[in-house]
Design a binder for this molecule. Sequence first.
Ligand code: DGI
Ligand code: FE
Ligand code: FE
Ligand code: FE
Length: 189
Amino acid sequence: MMSIQKIKEDLKKKLSSKRYEHTMGVEYTSTCLAMRYGADIEKARLAGLLHDCAKYLSSEEKLSECERYGIPVSAYERKNPELLHAKLGACFANELYGVTDPEILSAIIWHTTGCPEMSLLDKIVFIADYMEANRNQAEDLPEVRALAFKDLDACLRLILEDTIAYLAKKKSVTDPMTQKTFDYYKENK
Ligand code: DGI
Ligand code: FE
Ligand code: FE
Ligand code: FE
């Protein structure tokens, strides 16, 4: 596997400076949450570091890269190719950075939509992505940030509720996986 330092050098070249700072924030926040909840710190770090590594591709490039990897693209994803940076991120993590750990790859794959029955690491990266210190758009961030260190599942539920409400307000299509994740976790699981 490529060293953390080399990965950072590579990401710094590829990502916009804003995206790179966000990436550093997710690395840091995933690590903190892993410390709090007893997850593997190295895995949390790597998943956080690489979660958006395919974000710099244009929509057309995302679609053609999916074809190259044989990733099936749903009608929803074709309409919102942005969503594909998560699955492609896992492919890049493996192919370009030599990550083979299935837990790390899973956390990258599900970081945008979530999925039912997320692992601890999946939840940590999903939550870190939403709340890292450079984020400032969502109104509920202070509550999310406090809750993340108290009750991980309650925090996940709050983020999912807000994401669904945000997508509805924007009149964006909600991906079936985002909806499934929401339906699964809203039941207080
Ligand atoms: O890549 P980031 O911006 O760091 O974060 P992300 O991968 O969680 O992507 C966030 C965006 O994805 C946010 O604007 C909400 C959007 N999103 C999440 N679920 C869905 C979605 N967008 C659409 N169209 N449909 C979804 O189901
Ligand atoms: Fe992302
Ligand atoms: Fe997210
Ligand atoms: Fe992100």
